[in-house]
Design a protein around this ligand. Structure first.
Ligand SMILES: [Zn+2]
Ligand SMILES: [Zn+2]
Length: 495
C-alpha cells in the first residue's frame, strides 16, 4: 500500500460502481494495492497512526461477524425485534411490521440485502429475498435470489451495529463527528439503553476541521496525507494540533504552518516555564493545558530520539514510535530533564536557512544568530537543524516566499550605477535599525524615488543581489526575516 488517495482520477472507479451494495471488504481495491477497498482505507489509518506514534489495534467488523463475535448481539436484537422496531421508529420513518434488523449478504450476488422473510433465532438463520435497495438517490438492483443466511453471513443495520459494537468491544468512550451527534448518537444511545439494556459509552462530539479553509474532500483531491505533513512539520506539532479544543471548528492550514509551529513552540516553552507568564487567567489556563497536554504530545518523539538509557539517538530512522505503558513515566522524566535542553529554530528562520543547501553554512548562520548555543551538545544541534529540511519542504510545496535559492555563499555579479549604489547604501542604513517588514518595503520605494531610480529596476537589482534572479518574494518582508548581518553585507555589496 502506498497510501495514495489523492489521485482518485487514476483509479478504477468503474469497478467501484459495479460493486455498489457489497460490503467494502468484498470490493476490490480500486488502487490495486490491497485485498479490498475496505482494507485499503484501514491500512491508511493504521499507517498514519503509526507515523504519529499512536498505538492502535485495528478491529475488522467483517471478521467480527465471520468469526461469530457478533452472533450473540445479533441473536439478541432479533429476539427483541419488536422492541427494536419501536425504538428505531422514533428516528426513522420506514420502520414497519416487516422490518427486520438484520441485513444478510446475498449468497448469489454478494450484495447486502434488506428483505428478510423469516427469522429463526434457535438455528441462528434468516430467510431472505434479494430485492432492490434504495441507497441515497440510487437504486441498487437485487438479483431476486431466495436463500438462507446465518448470523455470520450478514450485518446489523448501522443504527444497531454501533450499539452492538459498544457491547461486544466494551466501548467506554466514543468520540464522533458532529453529523453523528444529530443522527446516530441519539438513536444509538436509545437502542443501547432500551434494546440492549446497556449504558452507552461516554460521548464526545467533535467539530469538523477544514484544510486551508475548505472542507476536506477525497473526491476532489482536497486532502493531505499524514506522511506528507510529517515532511513539513514534526510529529509532535501535528499531535499538538489535535490537542486543540475539538468542540470548536479548526482549520488545518498548510499555508500557515508557520503559525501552527509558532503556537506549538510557545506551548512547549509554557510547559518548561520559559515564557514570560504572569498570573492572568489566560496564562494560568495555558500553563494548565500545557502541563496536561505536553507530555503525551512529546512522548512518541522522545521514544524515537532517546534509547532506553536516556541516551540521544542521532538521526533516528523512525521520527515517532508508539509508547509502551512502562516507558511512559520514564519519558516524562526525560522531557523534564534531558529534553528541556532542546533548541527549536523559529520555523520561518528554519525556512530561511532552507534557502541555502550547504549544511555547514546553515549551522554557522544558526550559531551566529544566537539560535544554537556554542556549548550545545551534538544532539541539540542536530535536533535544531532537523527543522530546516521540513521548513524547506513546506516552502517547496506551498511555493511561498522561501521557495527560492538564496545565493549566500557568493555574491552574484551585479552591475550597478553610482545612483543605485548610493540608494543601496542608504537602504542598508535604514535596515540596520528597522525590522518592521512594511517599513522596509516602504523604504525600498522611498529610496528609489529619492534617487530617481525606476522602481522595477531597483527591485530587479535586489533580486539579482540575493537570488541572482529577475524575481523573488516581496522584498521588504523577506529582508525583515533574513539575518540582519547578511542583509547589510549584501546590500553594501561587501560579499
Ligand atoms: Zn490499497
Ligand atoms: Zn442477490
Amino acid at each position: 500500500m502506498d497510501g495514495n488517495i489523492v489521485e482518485l482520477g487514476d483509479v478504477n472507479a468503474g469497478a467501484l460502481g459495479r460493486n455498489l451494495g457489497k460490503p467494502y471488504t468484498e470490493i476490490p481495491d480500486p488502487f490495486g494495492c490491497c485485498d479490498s477497498y475496505g482494507e485499503h482505507f484501514s491500512n491508511l489509518i493504521e499507517r498514519s497512526a503509526r507515523l504519529l506514534g499512536i498505538p492502535v489495534e485495528m478491529v475488522s467488523n467483517t471478521e467480527l461477524y465471520e468469526s461469530g463475535e457478533f452472533e450473540d448481539a445479533t441473536r439478541y436484537v432479533l429476539e427483541h425485534r419488536e422492541k427494536a422496531r419501536e425504538v428505531l421508529g422514533h428516528y426513522q420513518d420506514k420502520v414497519d411490521e416487516e422490518y427486520v434488523p438484520f441485513n444478510p449478504i446475498c449468497d448469489e450476488c454478494g450484495k447486502i440485502t434488506e428483505t428478510v422473510t423469516a427469522v429463526n433465532t434457535d438455528e441462528g438463520t434468516v430467510e431472505y429475498r434479494c430485492t432492490d435497495m434504495e441507497a441515497g438517490d440510487q437504486t441498487i438492483e437485487g438479483c431476486g435470489h431466495e436463500g438462507t443466511a446465518t448470523f455470520r453471513e450478514g450485518k446489523l443495520p448501522w443504527r444497531f451495529e454501533w450499539p452492538a459494537q459498544w457491547e461486544v468491544l466494551g466501548v467506554d468512550h466514543e468520540p464522533f463527528g458532529k453529523d453523528h451527534a444529530e443522527g446516530s448518537w441519539p438513536s444509538g444511545s436509545d437502542v443501547a439503553r432500551n434494546v440492549f439494556e446497556i449504558e452507552p459509552p461516554v460521548p464526545m462530539a467533535y467539530e469538523w476541521f477544514t484544510l486551508d479553509g475548505e472542507a476536506f474532500s477525497s473526491s476532489s483531491g482536497h486532502v493531505v496525507m499524514v506522511q506528507d505533513v510529517l515532511e513539513m512539520i514534526e510529529p509532535e506539532v501535528l499531535r499538538y494540533f489535535f490537542t486543540k479544543d475539538p468542540s470548536k471548528a479548526r482549520d488545518f492550514s498548510v499555508e500557515h504552518f508557520d503559525h501552527l509551529v509558532d503556537d506549538f513552540d510557545a506551548f512547549e516553552r509554557t510547559y518548561y516555564g520559559e515564557d514570560d507568564r504572569d498570573d492572568s487567567d489566560a496564562d494560568e489556563k495555558a500553563a494548565e493545558i500545557a502541563s496536561a497536554a505536553y507530555p503525551p504530545t512529546i512522548r512518541p518523539t522522545l521514544a524515537a530520539r532517546f534509547d532506553a538509557d536516556g541516551a540521544p539517538i542521532l538521526d533516528p530512522e523512525d521520527k515517532s514510535v508508539p509508547v509502551t505503558d512502562d516507558r511512559r513515566a520514564q519519558l516524562d522524566e526525560l522531557a523534564d530533564d534531558e529534553f528541556s535542553g532542546r533548541v527549536r529554530l523559529p520555523y520561518t528562520f528554519a525556512a530561511v536557512l532552507g534557502m541555502t543547501d550547504d549544511p555547514d553554512l546553515r549551522e554557522s548562520i544558526a550559531r551566529r544568530e544566537g539560535h544554537v548555543p556554542d556549548d550545545a551538545p551534538e544532539w541539540v544541534t542536530e535536533f535544531a537543524l532537523s527543522r530546516v529540511e521540513r521548513a524547506r519542504e513546506w516552502a517547496r510545496r506551498t511555493g511561498n516566499e522561501f521557495d527560492y535559492e538564496l545565493k549566500r555563499a557568493e555574491m552574484p555579479d551585479v552591475d550597478v550605477d553610482a545612483d543605485t549604489e548610493a540608494a543601496l547604501d542608504e537602504l542598508a542604513d535604514f535596515v540596520a535599525d528597522h525590522d518592521d517588514p512594511d517599513e522596509i518595503q516602504g523604504e525600498i520605494y522611498e529610496t528609489a524615488k529619492r534617487h530617481d531610480i525606476d522602481i522595477g529596476d531597483f527591485f530587479s537589482v535586489g533580486y539579482r543581489l540575493f537570488f541572482d534572479d529577475e524575481q523573488g518574494p516581496k522584498l521588504g518582508p523577506f529582508l525583515a526575516k533574513l539575518d540582519r548581518e547578511f542583509v547589510l553585507t549584501r546590500l553594501r555589496r561587501e560579499g
